[in-house]
Design a protein around this ligand. Structure first.
Ligand SMILES: Cc1cc2nc3c(=O)[nH]c(=O)nc-3n(C[C@H](O)[C@H](O)[C@H](O)COP(=O)(O)OP(=O)(O)OC[C@H]3O[C@@H](n4cnc5c(N)ncnc54)[C@H](O)[C@@H]3O)c2cc1C
Length: 462
């Protein structure tokens, strides 16, 4: 192992960032991932300061025939931002955010996290859609698709991606947008980190400033009734209203009332981009259809506040095991299964979310980008989470059993950003008809599969 760091120090002359190896005192910190269940020991962490560094690190890995991982925000559930005995391209120094308020765009460094982007764009009353936790990396979340609180109004993160700067497997830096390398631009929008290292992203911005956001909770015992009402309500709700269904537990701290702390609940986490009155009117049909909730918390807040609302509950360093499936319709039988597993969450941080993917996400066709499941209405994610490694078996078992019980009611494939390492068939099922085109584009831009530490698309020439 140490041969690599020694030769890297000699060979990577002019490397502007930092090269970190097993003998460095901060190696353990530098290699740690968000999901503490995954423990990887890279031979070299190339913490790049600029695109030239990225290019050098890619070349070094290829020359020494070392596996190469790309680390953005390090949130990947399967730990695909790192690799044993290989090279990690760590982008955490590359996090410039430049907002163009007139042009309504934001240019973002490849190593940024969403909290940094949301804070910068909110200064201008603008936002671009992302996920629900502010510490997640822009890189991984975007390249896999990007689902969050603004999906119904503004589409997926990739639907707002205008351009990417990419270091390819041959070390070359290229631009991908609608005019330049359009095949690469198509593949990047859903194809994950398969095609190169994205050193900067350009996103379209929307006028989203203050939102009406927060949760409504009912007792977990009402799971079937609430989910049935949610299923009947959500498709006809206006796009300004996003609401994902959850099973979870009330966090044990403010702003939640003490008597509810750690109580298992079902509910909806809302985000409305209109006024308080509009939000109340748009949520009303669901609230009218159900008994009085335990808590109804939506309130006006700056957009970054809802983006970071889960951060305290889910810090880095917990054990995570999750599975996911796309869903077209939620049948009554599926609801009964949900209610059973929802009531049996093994730890208080374990949760199930159903993210709507209709509205603006359906304005884009299934072959317009690599992300093929435009006909799905929900992404279901079954996340077993706990700080204690002793509970790993319990959280893994619950997540797998839950997903397997519902898989027959799913659309077939899964959101690649919420998969563990589940095999090639599962990846193919998640891209459906787009897989072969992706494999051809992969053969053009990365014929040797240099970028294979990911939900891998194997290169296949036409
Ligand atoms: C707590 C939590 C909450 C989440 N919430 C959401 C959510 O609301 N919506 C959602 O859509 N997803 C969500 N996710 C899933 C998330 O999108 C994936 O885990 C994603 O892989 C994280 O990206 P990252 O950059 O942080 O990860 P990393 O582990 O750093 O990278 C993961 C993979 O992304 C690729 N990658 C990352 N950056 C680049 C880059 N610049 N260039 C090329 N490839 C790159 C690489 O292939 C790498 O293997 C969440 C994950 C967690 C753990």
């Amino acid at each position: 192992m140490s041969t690599s760091i020694t030769s890297a120090n000699q060979e990577l002359a002019g490397f502007a960032g930092r090269l970190i190896g097993p003998d460095d005192s901060d190696y353990d910190e530098a290699r740690s991932l968000y999901n503490a269940m995954i423990d990887r020991r890279p031979a070299l962490i190339a913490r790049c300061a600029n695109t030239a560094d990225v290019s050098k690190a890619v070349g070094f890995a290829r020359e020494h025939d070392l596996r190469l991982a790309i680390r953005g925000g390090a949130h990947n559930g399967a730990g695909l931002g790192s690799v044993d005995d290989g090279v990690v391209i760590d982008l955490s120094l590359m996090r410039d955010v430049v907002v163009d308020p007139e042009g309504r765009t934001v240019r973002v460094g490849g190593g940024c996290t969403w909290g940094e982007v949301d804070a910068a764009t909110n200064e201008h009353g603008l936002a671009t859609p992302s996920g629900i936790i502010s510490t997640t990396g822009v890189g991984g979340l975007t390249l896999g698709g990007g689902l969050g609180h603004l999906t119904r109004q503004c589409g997926l993160a990739i639907d707002n991606l205008l351009e990417a700067e990419v270091v390819l497997a041959n070390g070359e830096l290229v631009t991908a947008n609608a005019e330049q390398n359009p095949d690469l631009f198509w593949a990047l929008r859903g194809g994950g980190g398969n095609f190169g290292v994205v050193t900067s992203f350009l996103f379209r911005l929307h006028e989203v400033d203050t939102v009406i956001a927060g949760p409504t909770f009912w007792p977990v015992e009402s799971g079937a009734e609430v989910l049935r009402a949610y299923r009947d309500f959500m498709p006809s709700a206006p796009r300004e209203l996003n609401g994902f269904f959850l099973f979870g537990s009330v966090p044990p701290g403010p702003p939640f009332p003490e008597e509810l702390h750690l109580r298992k609940v079902c509910g909806v986490v809302w985000c409305h981009t209109g006024t308080e009155e509009e939000a109340a009117a748009d949520m009303k049909p669901l609230l009218d259809a159900l008994p009085e909730p335990l808590l109804h918390g939506p309130a006006p807040m700056p957009h970054p506040a809802i983006q970071g609302a889960f951060d305290g509950v889910y810090p880095a360093g917990d054990q995570w095991y999750w599975r996911a499936d796309f869903v077209k319709q939620i049948s009554d039988e599926a609801i009964e299964i949900h209610a059973r597993f929802g009531a049996a969450m093994p730890t208080w941080k374990s949760t199930m979310h159903l993210y709507p993917i209709d509205g603006a996400a359906h304005d884009v066709g299934p072959t317009d980008t690599a992300w093929s499941y435009r006909d799905a209405n929900y992404n279901a994610v079954f996340a077993g989470v706990d700080p204690d490694p002793a509970n790993v078996d319990a959280i893994r078992r619950w997540s797998i059993d839950y997903q397997e019980a519902l898989h027959p009611y799913s659309a077939g494939g899964a959101y690649v950003n919420m998969m563990m390492e589940e095999g090639q068939e599962r990846i193919r099922a998640s891209y459906r008809g787009n897989y072969d085109r992706l494999a051809q584009i992969k053969a053009k831009y990365d014929p040797d599969n240099t970028f294979r530490v990911n939900q891998n698309i194997e290169p296949k020439a036409a």
